[in-house]
Ligand binder design. Structure first.
Ligand code: FES
Length: 123
């Protein structure tokens, strides 16, 4: 299992107050994750090998495993409990498994990662 960096969301709001800064991209391990505590539970913020960033609820659609502790490859993460593979972009389990993980809008500006935690996560 990968041990993710775990922190609370703190300050660092950018120009648009809807987006919450969670710190520098460099603080997220390449092919790893950082966990931030969102209003509806932990959010896993993943960084791929080509520096793309995705944010999903840190709960596997199978039996709730911590996706943040999974192995990141390509644009996917393998759950550490039973090895389901979740597509980070779609937030969906890859066939033959089925299920979805709520996604959160995320963007990177000037090396800082921002999450939009307003309202409900994207289905
Ligand atoms: S809890 Fe993730 S694969 Fe079972």
């Amino acid at each position: 299992m990968n041990e993710p960096v775990r922190e609370r969301v703190t300050a660092a709001v950018g120009a648009d107050p809807a987006w919450v800064g969670i710190g520098p991209l460099a603080a997220i391990p390449v092919r790893g994750a950082r966990v931030v505590q969102g209003p509806g539970g932990d959010i896993a913020v993943f960084r791929t090998s080509d520096d793309r960033v995705f944010a999903l609820l840190d709960r596997c659609p199978h039996k709730g495993g911590p996706l943040s502790q999974g192995i990141v490859f390509d644009c996917r993460v393998a759950c550490p409990l039973h090895n389901w593979v979740i597509d980070l972009e779609a937030g969906a389990a890859c066939a033959p498994d089925e299920g979805r993980v709520p996604r959160f809008p995320v963007r990177v500006e000037d090396g800082i990662v921002y999450l939009d935690l307003r309202g409900r996560p994207e289905p």
